[in-house]
Design a protein around this ligand. Structure first.
Ligand code: F6R
Ligand code: MN
Length: 189
């Protein structure tokens, strides 16, 4: 019996400090994978010429994919900047546009940049330890690390959400989060 519970604990455990989530598939994104995401193309090329560091990792668990099922994942976004712009995720809309998502901050400091697809309206939501961010459907979303330690977060989304990177990559988010006098400032791109 005890063995059974131990194996269940292993099967369903999450450890944000060790960036571990059982049963998931890991995706690793490096600086070179984020071509066109940062505002300052000159700083991006200069940074890439010095190396291709890992910017973030995501472990996604997809237990089932029927109607009403959920997927979930643990993300870790490392601290850093390209020029004055903080490290960020590519950002996406869900392929099933009406699919929302819940992000739960675990460690670190940062934000989520949300952009309504139809109106183009932007919202910056704090994401960090103990913060919950609800991403409504029809909303492009991107995670940004403004701190000095890795930002880890847990995300839960409908199994049929999917990822559409193309639509937002074509025009990019309308706002950028840059450091000015040591503070994050949201500006028009
Ligand atoms: C899933 C989701 C997150 C992101 C992760 C990486 O719907 O929003 O798990 O996939 O934060 O960001 P992207 O996918 O934009 O590279
Ligand atoms: Mn998403």
């Amino acid at each position: 019996m005890l063995e059974h519970f131990q194996s269940l604990a292993e099967k369903f455990s999450v450890n944000p400090d060790a960036f571990a989530l059982s049963g998931g598939r890991e995706v690793v994104r490096c600086l070179g994978d984020l071509d066109g995401c940062f505002r300052d193309a000159v700083s991006y090329s200069a940074a890439l010429a010095c190396g291709n560091p890992v910017l973030y990792r995501v472990i996604a668990v997809e237990p089932a994919s029927g109607s009403g099922d959920l997927h979930y994942g643990l993300g870790i976004l490392y601290p850093g900047k390209v020029g004055s712009e903080y490290y960020l995720t590519k950002g996406h809309l869900h392929r099933t546009r009406e699919a929302g998502e819940v992000y739960i901050g675990q460690r670190g400091e940062g934000f989520m940049l949300l952009e309504d697809e139809a109106s183009g309206e932007s919202r910056l939501e704090t994401l960090g330890a103990g913060r919950v961010v609800y991403v409504p459907g029809f909303t492009a979303h991107r995670t940004i690390n403004t701190g000095t330690v890795p930002l880890t977060y847990f995300g839960i989304y409908p199994a049929n959400a999917g990822h559409d990177y193309g639509a937002i990559a074509e025009r990019n988010f309308r706002k950028v989060l840059v450091e000015e006098a040591g503070q994050p400032v949201l500006k028009d791109r």
